[in-house]
Design a protein around this ligand. Structure first.
Ligand code: BGC
Length: 371
């Protein structure tokens, strides 16, 4: 084994600063490398998690962002199945939340306002008059602390961030921990924990744009969603409050359908929250996506009650990403496990309010396979 720069040994893993280090025995590896600097000079690192099946997840400290995910196809050929940029610069200049952790509140809060315990809070409006994905500088645009996790059988990185009282208009100091872990079962798990010192809405999610073919658009991907109902939206993509059955509509993914099959019947494309059958709490299946040519499949299980299915409608060919690929409409799709959009203003939706003394916990597992 060669050594380059600073090396740390954690529970059988070799944590290496720089390239070219491999661990003995477990087939799992964690490496870290510099990924660039923010305009204010803050250093950003990227961690690479690998398993013995040929999966590699690279996650950087800016936005706790998954920058690449190499997964073998049915022939064993690895391909990067998430959209993004090759360097930090692109993420800083113009990223529609590629691969990032989204918070303090994933998706929209109408007019950036909500009333909690009799107090009206006003959040940053960054999507027309609405608040989207945590505001102007959400959790996707901050540098997280990172440390490798000592856990048997997985390669994992723990990211932490303290969101200060008043940040983007939210009440309370919110301490957030997000752990990405990769196992030899080809599971990429994302677990979340948060604690606050004042009551606040919290709704954390992960915003990868997947393309299981690693090229082209995603209209031919087959998708199943374990949901019998969805939350219709108004013209500003704010839920109306109604919970409407999917049966007989283009939102019925209870059996697999190609994403493109009925998309023309959905104004603007899919950008909707699906109410998951299990209702949250216990880890259960939310979705299964399959790409026929590569054979790659991705199953998502979650403890969350909702899943935002976004079919990359706002990608318009103005972004050139990794490998010089132009990201046109529907170049990737997001499956964001979360509570429902605008819950702080919708008493009929499951509550997203975290109170002092309570712990916010959430877990989502992406399992990769081929057929
Ligand atoms: C939202 C979209 C939004 C996209 C990127 C998704 O989670 O539902 O409306 O355009 O994120 O910002």
């Amino acid at each position: 084994m060669k050594s380059f720069g600073k090396i740390l040994l954690v529970c059988g893993f070799v944590i290496a600063a720089g390239a070219g280090i491999s661990s003995g025995g477990t087939g799992m590896d964690i490496k870290t490398q510099a990924f660039g600097r923010l305009p204010d000079g803050t250093a950003v690192e990227v961690y690479s998690l690998t398993n013995e099946k040929g999966l590699e997840a690279r996650i950087m400290t800016y936005g706790a962002t998954l920058v690449s995910l190499e997964v073998p196809d049915r022939m064993g050929k690895a391909g990067d199945i998430v959209l993004g940029y090759e360097s930090l610069d692109g993420y800083i200049k113009n990223s529609p939340y590629f691969g990032s952790i989204v918070g303090r509140y994933g998706n929209r809060i109408a007019k950036g306002k909500f009333i909690l315990d009799g107090v009206t809070y006003t959040l940053a409006a960054n999507n027309g008059e609405n608040h989207l994905h945590g505001g102007i500088k959400g959790f996707d645009k901050v540098v997280w602390n990172a440390e490798p996790v000592r856990e048997e059988g997985v390669a994992a990185i723990k990211f932490s961030y303290l969101s200060r009282d008043g940040e983007e208009g939210y009440p309370g100091n919110l301490a957030v921990v997000v752990i990405y872990s990769l196992s030899n079962d080809n599971e990429l798990k994302i677990s979340y924990e948060a604690r606050t010192d004042k009551a606040t809405p919290v709704n954390l999610t992960h915003h990868s744009y997947f393309n299981l073919a690693g090229e082209g658009d995603v209209l031919g991907h087959e998708l199943m969603i374990a949901s019998d109902a969805y939350t219709p939206v108004d013209s500003g993509l704010i839920p109306t409050g109604e919970i409407r059955p999917v049966m007989g509509t283009p939102f019925d993914f209870t059996s697999p359908h190609a994403i493109g099959e009925r998309i023309a019947k959905v104004e603007g494309g899919y950008d909707h929250n699906f109410v998951l059958r299990k209702g949250g709490g216990e880890l259960s299946r939310a979705a299964l996506a399959a790409e026929p040519k590569s054979g790659r499949t991705m199953e998502i299980t979650t403890t969350e009650p909702g899943l935002q299915f976004y079919s990359g409608n706002f990608l318009d060919g103005t972004i050139t990403g990794k490998g010089g690929r132009v990201y046109s409409k529907h170049a990737g799709f997001c499956l964001e496990t979360q509570h429902f959009p605008d819950s702080p203003n919708k008493p009929g939706f499951p509550s997203t309010i975290l109170r002092p003394g309570r712990v916010y916990k959430s877990l989502t597992v992406h399992k990769f396979s081929t057929r």
